[in-house]
Structures are given as structure tokens and as C-alpha cells.
Design a binder for this molecule. Structure first.
Ligand SMILES: [Fe+2]
Length: 237
């Protein structure tokens, strides 16, 4: 007898995505979702987030083009990682089936693989404006703080930055150099899906939260199937 596992993602929400609208969106293709993770499942995953002891501290890391470092705790998924069964089931669901099919359709290619990581960001840290590396096709950021443990006045929103198609991604602009800025809420079952372009500027302004709090996200990266990316994955980059 096979036990049918309840799906974690709410596929009816994903299906409502207007693909043409996504592709033509300015300043670059992005879409935000609310409740894409089913409520009960979201709570389970939230309660079972990997513990900080598993994470590696990234501080003052070199970034190309003179961009300021992205300071945070980071954890890459690997099959032998000590995470809860619910998280393993979630990643298995993303890996095969409807979600992957949807991303193939959105990106018009199946020549990519997923790479998963968790980022926990402490107070005073920020994510300087950047466009992501060229070898990434896009990302899906799932937010894992809730109203109960995060005050939106502390920050943490991902900010979509409109460069009006004018800035080279090989530069290091400040937030105030972008006229139009769109803030994506970072609490509850909210997520941001975007395609990487040479103008897909985004960042997170300096977080100001109490010292015992962390901004928590889970990121699905869409990486091109290239030998260089396979090597990158061996070294957990
Ligand atoms: Fe990024």
C-alpha cells in the first residue's frame, strides 16, 4: 500500500501566475506569492527550521565589483544534512514534479538544476544591491519569519531596485541611487520568485532587530547545467 503524501505547495496559486506578465515585468521578471506553502505545512517547516549550529558564518566575504559583503549565517542543503523529515519531503517535492515543470515553463528551459540554502541574518547586517551571478537563472526566496517573531519595522524586506536599464551589474551602487524601489514583505508564507537579468538589482537594507532575532529565509536557486556549476556545487558554493 502506498501512502499518499499531502502536497506542501499550493499548486492552484502557482497556476494563477500569468507567465507573459512575469516575463514582461519591469524592472525585471518577478512575482510574489502569499500562501504558496499550505498553512499547516508552512508552520511545520517554520517550527523545524535547521538549528543555527549547522550554519557557517559568512562575514566580510569578498564580493566582485566592489560590492559590500553579505554578512549572514548560511547553510547549504546536502542529502546527508541533519534536517527534519518535513524539510526533506519539501525539497523532494520541489525537485520533481509540478514545481520543476512550472519553473521550466517560466524560464523556457529545462537545462538547470536546483540548489537550496538557508540564510539567517542578524541585526546590523544588510545585502548590498546586486544582480546575482550570471550563472544563476533565477531564485525563489521563501520567508520564514512570522508576525509573532518579526516586526516589519526592523526591516528584512527584499527590495527590488529599478535601475531604468542604466546601470552595469559590474558596479556597486548604493540603495539611494535607485529611484523606484519595491519592498517585498518578509513575513508569513510569502515568497519572491525572480529571473536573473543584467538589471535584476535587489538587496536588503540594514536590518535593525533585537540581538536575539534573525531574519530567516530558504532560497531555491535555479542554476544553469554547466560544468562550472557542478564544480561549484562540489565545493558547496
Ligand atoms: Fe541575490
Amino acid at each position: 500500500m502506498t501512502i499518499r503524501q499531502d502536497k506542501i505547495l499550493n499548486y492552484s496559486i502557482l497556476k494563477q501566475t500569468n507567465i507573459e506578465q512575469f516575463r514582461n515585468k519591469k524592472p525585471f521578471p518577478f512575482n510574489q506569492y502569499s500562501g504558496l506553502l499550505k498553512k499547516g505545512k508552512y508552520e511545520q517547516l517554520r517550527n523545524e527550521l535547521p538549528c543555527t549550529e549547522l550554519f557557517e558564518e559568512q562575514k566580510g566575504n569578498y564580493r566582485r565589483y566592489g560590492q559590500a559583503s553579505h554578512d549572514r549565517l548560511s547553510l547549504d542543503f546536502s542529502s546527508n544534512l541533519a534536517i527534519s523529515d518535513n524539510w526533506k519531503i519539501f525539497i523532494e517535492e520541489l525537485e520533481s514534479g509540478q514545481y520543476r515543470e512550472f519553473i521550466c515553463n517560466l524560464l523556457k528551459t529545462n537545462k538547470f538544476h536546483f540548489k537550496y540554502h538557508w540564510h539567517y541574518t542578524p541585526s546590523a547586517a544588510s545585502v548590498s544591491p546586486h544582480c546575482d551571478a550570471e550563472w544563476k537563472l533565477g531564485s525563489h526566496i521563501f520567508y520564514f519569519n512570522s508576525k509573532d517573531d518579526w516586526d516589519q519595522n526592523w526591516g528584512g524586506q527584499t527590495v527590488i531596485l529599478d535601475d531604468e536599464g542604466k546601470k552595469s551589474f559590474k558596479t556597486a551602487p548604493k540603495f539611494n541611487e535607485f529611484k523606484r524601489q519595491i519592498e517585498i514583505p518578509c513575513i508569513d508564507s510569502h515568497s519572491l520568485l525572480f529571473k536573473r537579468t543584467d538589471h535584476s538589482w535587489h538587496g536588503v537594507r540594514r536590518i535593525q532587530c533585537p540581538p536575539n532575532k534573525l531574519r530567516k529565509v530558504f532560497i531555491v536557486e535555479f542554476r544553469q547545467n554547466k560544468i562550472s556549476n557542478t564544480i561549484r556545487s562540489w565545493f558547496q558554493k
